[in-house]
Every structure is written in C-alpha cells, then in structure tokens.
Design a protein around this ligand. Structure first.
Ligand code: MTE
Length: 318
C-alpha cells in the first residue's frame, strides 16, 4: 500500500486565507452596522434571507485549528457527498437542490429553561461566525480537509439553557419525502438523528456549520446548518438540522438504529478498531491518490481524549 507521510509544518502556500477575504468581511460587517451584526435582527423588508446571509461571508479563519494536509478542492467538497435523504450514491448534489431552505425553522426543546423556535437566518446572524479548517474522516475510509464556517456548538447550548436533567443533545434532520426521494426508501429509519453528550457538545471543537469555502453552505453539504464533530466519524456530523432536543436519554442515531453491530453512539475515530467489514488503519485522501495513516480521534486527541476517561468499558470507537 502506498502511504505518504507529510510533516506537520508542511503547509502549502494556498492554505493561507487571502488578505482580501479579511477586508471583504470587514466591509460586510460595516454594511450591517458593526456590533449590530452580532445580535439578532429581524429580516429587513424586501431583502431575501439568502442575500442577508451571503454578506456575512467570508469570515476570518481561526488559526488555532491547524491541519497538515492540503485543503480538499471546493468542487470535490461540494460534489462528493453522503446525504442519504437524496440517494445512496456520492453524486447527490443535483438532487439536493430540491431542498427548500427558506424559511427554515429550528426548534430547541426538551430539558431547557425555555423552548425556542428560531428562524435559521436569525439564529445564524446572532452567532459569532468564524472559519475553521477541520479534517473529516468518513467511516467508509475516505477523508477530506474542509474550511467550514460556523459557530461553536457551545454557544447554541448556552442559548438553549439546558436544565440540570439534560445529559445529551439529540439532533434531527428535516423529514419531507416530497423534496428528498431517499426518504421514500422505507427501510431507513427516517428522520436522520444524531446525538452527543452535553460534555461533547460543549467541547470547543464541536461546531455548528453554516458555510464552507467562505460562502453559505450548499444544500448538498447540509444547508442551512449542520454539525461538525471532527474527532468522530463523519456520520456523527448531521446535516440540515431542524431540531435540537436536550434530554436525559442517550439518543439512538440513524445508523445505530439501522445496524447497531456496525455503528454505535460514540463513533470516535480509531485506526486500531476495525469496522466489522473493513480496516480503519488508513484513509483515502479525496482528491489525491494518497492513502495516509488514520489517527486516533482523527488527530484531535489533545482536545477530546479526556472526555472519555473512565468510559473504556464502552464501545467508544464504533
Ligand atoms: N446527515 C444526514 N442528514 N444525512 C446523511 O446521509 N451522512 C453523514 C453526514 N451527515 C449524512 C449526514 C456522513 S456518512 C458523512 S461522511 C457526512 O455527512 C458527509 O458530509 P459531506 O457530504 O459534507 O462531506
């Protein structure tokens, strides 16, 4: 097997955020009125929500989250997808254009101080957007490096104000088979569901994604908002979320409900724990012919390993 190792310092020049993107962001903030951009504003009359969102991008990159491999080209990030609501192939981008993302309501409920129903545009406009480059490792054995835009999931948890009984956050994707033909496949347990413990959801890495490559998120990547939990296999990063439920019960996710011998609740990346049907030791780098070694917690152990202290008896890696 052809395995290429690159040192951590080998950052290609094109990975730096171009200077003009920072200036464009400043201009956008100026148009919105500086600090006002960071607070919830009602949509202005006569302006489409998409216009208001588009001018929030691009935003500066948070340099804390480093990465060793080149960014996956944008055309691959937006054309090689998993989104079973639109089919089980990787080429669902065209079908996903049927997804209506405006208006889009997001419900926050369960064990919270006050249940909320928010318009996704208003939610996104009141959150502190930043760009983070994260690795994405799919359980199928391929990986990408993606410049997401979004906000910390911890900020959404703060907004929700969970009560003391809340231990997990359960996230749910839309359900509407008139837009999403995959949801007519009755053998799948729709809607797509994912879950995290509250400790995971408030870990600094857990991110709610609203954009990619300095633009609002395309439908095929999970518009208008999805999660990114980069230390876990990609299926934990749920797309097109409509509901966050704070609960005392561990959520059963879509893939776990379908095949619990192969997919569990935790699904942390580990090269030493094979999937029952294939090895997880290496990964195919999408956009190149490289295979590289997979890293424990997808390389994010310094941020997350402590979350699992004392849980070694659990199926942490599937
Ligand atoms: N979310 C929903 N609602 N439906 C899906 O089929 N697929 C998951 C995850 N989130 C999926 C989903 C899987 S298996 C992966 S690898 C990632 O989305 C892929 O995200 P991407 O298409 O943006 O690369």
């Amino acid at each position: 097997m052809h395995v290429v190792r690159r040192p951590g310092w080998a950052l290609p020049e094109r990975l730096a955020t171009p200077e003009n993107q920072f200036f464009d962001r400043r201009r956008a903030l100026g148009v919105l009125g500086g600090a006002a951009a960071a607070t919830a504003l009602p949509l202005s009359a006569g302006r489409a929500a998409s216009d208001l969102l588009a001018e929030l991008y691009p935003v500066p990159r948070n340099a804390r989250y480093t990465f060793e491999r080149p960014l996956t080209p944008e055309d691959l990030v937006t054309s090689y997808n998993n989104f079973y609501e639109f089919g089980s192939s990787k080429r669902i981008a065209r079908a996903a254009q049927a997804l209506k993302i405006q208006p889009w309501q997001v419900v926050i409920n369960g064990r919270v101080e006050r249940e909320l129903t928010l318009d996704a545009t208003d939610l996104i406009r009141q959150m502190p957007l930043e760009e983070r480059v994260y690795r994405l490792r799919c359980v199928e054995g391929w990986s990408m490096v993606v410049p997401w835009t979004g906000f910390p999931m911890a900020d959404l948890v703060k907004l929700a104000a969970p009560t003391s009984g809340a231990r997990y956050v359960r996230m749910e994707t839309f359900e509407d088979s008139s837009m999403a033909p995959g949801q007519r496949q009755f053998w799948y347990p729709w809607p797509y569901v994912e879950g995290l413990t509250l400790e995971e959801a408030t870990n600094e890495l857990a991110f709610i994604v609203t954009g990619v490559y300095g633009k609002p998120l395309p439908r095929q990547n999970g518009a208008p908002l999805r999660s990114a939990v980069p230390w876990k296999y990609g299926f934990k990063s749920i797309k097109s979320i409509v509901r966050f439920t704070f609960t005392d019960t561990r959520p059963v996710s879509f893939w776990e409900r379908l095949q619990d011998e192969e997919y569990g609740f935790w699904a942390n990346v580990n090269p030493e724990v094979p999937h029952p049907r294939w090895s997880q030791a290496t990964e195919r780098v999408v956009g190149s012919d490289e295979r590289v070694p997979t890293q424990l917690y997808n390389g994010y152990g310094a941020y997350v390993a402590a979350l699992y202290d004392g849980l070694q008896g659990e199926r942490l890696f599937m």
